[in-house]
Design a protein around this ligand. Sequence first.
Ligand SMILES: Nc1ncnc2c1ncn2[C@@H]1O[C@H](COP(=O)(O)OP(=O)(O)OP(=O)(O)O)[C@@H](O)[C@H]1O
Ligand SMILES: [Mg+2]
Length: 583
Amino acid sequence: MQAGKIIKVAGPLVVADGMVDAKMYDVVKVGLEELIGEIVEIKGDKASIQVYEETGGIGPGDPVITTGMPLSVELGPGLLQSIYDGIQRPLELIYGKVGDLITRGVNVPSLNREKKWAFTPTGKTGDKVQAGDILGTLPETRVITHKVLVPPGIEGEIVKIAAGGEYTITDTIARIKTKNGEQDICMLQKWPVRISRPLKGKLSPKEPLSTGQRIIDTLFPLAKGGTACVPGPFGSGKTVVQHQLAKWASAEIVVYIGCGERGNEMTDVLIELPEIEDPRTGESLMQRTVLIANTSNMPVAAREASVYTGITLAEYYRDMGYHVALMADSTSRWAEALREMSGRLEEMPGEEGYPAYLATKIADFYERAGRVNTLGSNGREGSISVIGAVSPPGGDMSDPVVQATLKVVKVFWGLDANLAYRRHFPAINWLQSYSLYMDNLKDYLTGEIARDWVTIRQKAMALLQKEAELEEIVRLIGKDSLSPTDQLTLEITKIIREDFLHQNAFHAQDSYTSLNKQYNLLKLILTAEELFRSAVEAKIPLKRILSIPALEEIAKAKFITEDKPEEIEAIGQRLREQVGGLK
Ligand SMILES: Nc1ncnc2c1ncn2[C@@H]1O[C@H](COP(=O)(O)OP(=O)(O)OP(=O)(O)O)[C@@H](O)[C@H]1O
Ligand SMILES: [Mg+2]
């Protein structure tokens, strides 16, 4: 293949001519060090290339060779527990090899070629198979079984399949006779990151992705296969929300993409996430996690690629029939990478200097989420839920990245600087946030958790809205002028805020609350509301009502362990007795 020649280098952007063989989105090797780049624009025989590594030291005249392949990831066992950069180079290994985070042109394969995996065949000779069918399984980690699937595009008859035993990812484990001849299949597969993996069809979400976070699950729930965004100003708790979800969400696989603003924040993720104990298995959370890390000192183009790398890995596990949760923290840093590349390409800038195609790119990314019926003769159900943090400058919600994201995601958890300042965490503003999944989830929540789930949620929301109205009045004319019923409303919403919505991520008991317990807690508070309201109507002074001892117990109810729902029940009992005794 004929090499092109560099004619210009501008930061991460390189322009080369003589690129007659090249196609758009081809991966190219740039310069004598063979830096990895991707063609992002072609004009005649000139190609503009975004380079995923530092370009210092290369210059005009240096060769550029196209690989003829689009930017792809390696798929196979060994992804879980890995820490990658934006183009799937293993960070720890590179660290071991060159001593610093990443040096240029280091070619380490994404998946270990030597490691052997204990493969057990499920298919047998003579079976007719199609893309997505399971050829065999292996324990990838102590908690996740990896399913080796017939790759997309292949259909035929198994003529040979490996016996149970230990194989590397490049060993042939099956031979399939297809229309175009026999094909050897190994566990290692590749997929271009900018193209979504095929599926049979999308299904509408119907189960919650429970997160153990009370304000999220009860007021603004996310569905398995759904999309959510967490915008918020500096220090408002975006990363803590993402970590809590990685730890507690009812997903089997976690893909965490850290687009760190600062190197040290990313280091925190790299150190913290692997140390988190998986509450469901007692093992390290990494046993079911892939981590993709970009620090601000890594080349910007790799950051642009990282979200595609991440979602492709998520799709791979979805295709095995897993529920995957993908977090991207923060997509603003990704959009900034897009802006920088666009600026260097001298494209016409749109709002705030972002390229005009920003909204399309964001929409295409979230479009890869979903609950799906996978390929395969007995298609499996799998899902990808995507949760993107957005960090608009100054917390300004009119920011183009926030706006473009809100157009496509169905859940909005808006973090509020005032709540964070008052240390009300999670600082999710309950008046502005929303979830458009309530209709999808209604049947599940009312059928599996509690018949009146939707009713009590609505009641809590109505009370919180009423509180906001009353606060306006209080500001104008003071609290004493309110009627006893309105004063009661303020007392109850204070309880909802402080004893239900407020949740300390770092407290062993408080960090996670199951859906059943969330229901019991809120039901208890709303039972108090009803009892108190009839007492107020019976002209019992509010002060006397609020002095009953059960109120203190309500405040501590969230610390009751998950295995003792009868204790919450008993508080309700005492509450009834004590209010009854007031008359
Ligand atoms: N649920 C929570 N429980 C207790 N503390 C919390 C919670 N959420 C946030 N915090 C507190 O707020 C701090 C800042 O949170 P975090 O780092 O997640 O903010 P951020 O929005 O990601 O900030 P940045 O803009 O710097 O990325 C945390 O270190 C913690 O002290
Ligand atoms: Mg953060």
